[in-house]
Design a protein around this ligand. Structure first.
Ligand code: ASP
Length: 426
């Protein structure tokens, strides 16, 4: 009976998030077309209520990220204990992330070559905006930055990779010292529980946050901006869908034998959350929680792979970049050689690692990919206007890739409870 009640409650949260998404979009479109620009629309409704409530909700989720990731990673690595297993999990996870990203870019290039989004684009019709190229960080520095000079500084800045490294160290040391440090171990376990409980509480506000975020987006852009760029958007959407519902699900089935439809169904609320916020980082708590409660993935694994994935594994972003390269090349009438396409695969994979899990960064790191094959960075201006909706969609794909990899790695390490996954009520 109690179980039944709980199920009903859980189901109703995902359903309410979905209803909030649709109704927010409808209200946004109505406001865009029916309400004249002015103080009421711009300052009170869109820039006031929608903005404050939506951003407030994102900030609440962001507030959880650093303490949650740190504690749950310390507890995870403490539970795994020996560095050998940890190393194995790490290598497997990183290998999987790299391979899926390369597959994603290749898929994007193929789809874009078939759809030819940039052919027939009238460049003069599109307004030029200033685009500042991202200062590419040298490869050696990117590597060195993984080691924190000051762990507290990294936490204060929310730099995920150094936080991950430090947390792993702390966890391994706690495991090594055992009962001598049981007070500290208990502290982290209990703090971890507090953070998980906080996550659940904040998530109850998700429908309101999602409603305001989506209503603001649609109230601002309506449908206008979509039309001229439809072909480019279609190509990005198509590649994203193939990656998410095809590539990932095949990999999931091959490696774990789990039912892909069930997987998507259970993970859908997290995807919707990523969609509305366009922020992989803020999705980390919800993703870890869903993977544990609905899929049976042990937090020993997910506490490491999910934050790492949200930081370095951006398959959706690299898909947008692949299509954007073809679009811009065609729009400028530039032919790309096979060698240049291979370069795009390599640089887009690196760009995916360098893209932070926050909105619009994929657009910034795109300049690195364009420069690598000599395409004009100004091309980004053409796709800026419609990027928000693509950002939302690719973020949902980004975090799905992390979840699929996490489930596979968990299965391979005997950390997946199949009976939890099979329960249809969750
Ligand atoms: N918004 C994306 C994310 O958080 C990053 C991007 O592609 O801009 O995953």
């Amino acid at each position: 009976m109690e179980n039944n009640l709980q199920t009903k409650k859980k189901l109703s949260l995902s359903t309410t998030i979905f209803i909030a998404l649709i109704s927010g979009a409808v209200l946004g479109v109505i406001i865009h077309y029916a309400l004249p620009a002015g103080y009421l629309k711009d300052e009170i409704i869109v820039g006031g209520i929608f903005y404050v409530v939506g951003q407030g909700f994102i900030r609440l989720m962001q507030m959880l990220v650093v303490p949650l990731v740190f504690c749950s990673l310390v507890c995870g690595s403490m539970a795994i204990g020996d560095t050998k297993t940890l190393g194995k999990v790490g290598v497997k996870t990183i290998g999987f992330y790299l391979v899926t990203t390369m597959m994603a870019v290749t898929l994007a290039l193929t789809v874009a070559q078939l759809i030819n989004p940039g052919i027939g684009v009238n460049l003069s019709a599109v307004e030029q905006k200033d685009v500042t190229a991202a200062e590419p960080t040298a490869m050696v520095d990117t590597l060195l930055n993984i080691i924190p000079k000051n762990p507290i500084g990294s936490m204060a800045n929310g730099d995920m990779l150094p936080i991950i490294v430090f947390a792993l160290f702390v966890g391994v040391m706690l495991a090594k010292l055992g009962t001598k440090v049981s007070t500290v171990s208990n502290f982290f376990s209990q703090f971890n529980d507090i953070m998980m409980e906080m996550t659940m509480t904040v998530m109850k506000l998700a429908p309101v946050g999602v409603f305001c975020l989506i209503a603001k987006t649609f109230a601002e852009i309506g449908f206008d901006a979509f039309v001229p760029m439809l072909k480019y958007m279609l190509a990005v959407f198509l590649a994203l869908i193939i990656q998410c519902l095809g590539v990932y699900q095949i990999l999931l089935f091959v490696f774990t034998r789990l039912n892909p439809v069930k997987f998507i169904k259970k993970f859908f609320p997290v995807m919707m959350f990523a969609f509305t916020t366009a922020t992989s980082n803020a999705t980390i708590p919800m993703s870890i929680d869903t993977l544990e409660k609905k899929m049976g993935v042990s937090r020993k694994i997910s506490s490491f792979t999910v934050p790492l994935g949200a930081t370095v594994n951006m398959d959706g972003t690299s898909i947008m970049q692949g299509v954007a390269v073809i679009f811009i090349a065609q729009a400028y009438g530039i032919d790309l050689s096979l060698g240049q396409l291979v370069t795009v695969v390599a640089t887009a994979t690196l760009a995916s690692i360098g893209t932070a899990g926050v909105p619009s960064v994929g657009l910034v790191t795109l300049s690195m990919v364009l420069t690598s094959v000599g395409l004009p960075v100004e091309g980004i201006a053409f796709i800026m206007g419609i990027d928000r909706i693509l950002d939302m969609t690719r973020t949902a794909v980004n975090i799905t890739g992390d979840a699929v990899c996490t489930t596979i790695v968990a299965k391979q390490n005997g950390e997946l409870k199949k009976e939890v996954f099979e329960r249809m009520d969750s």
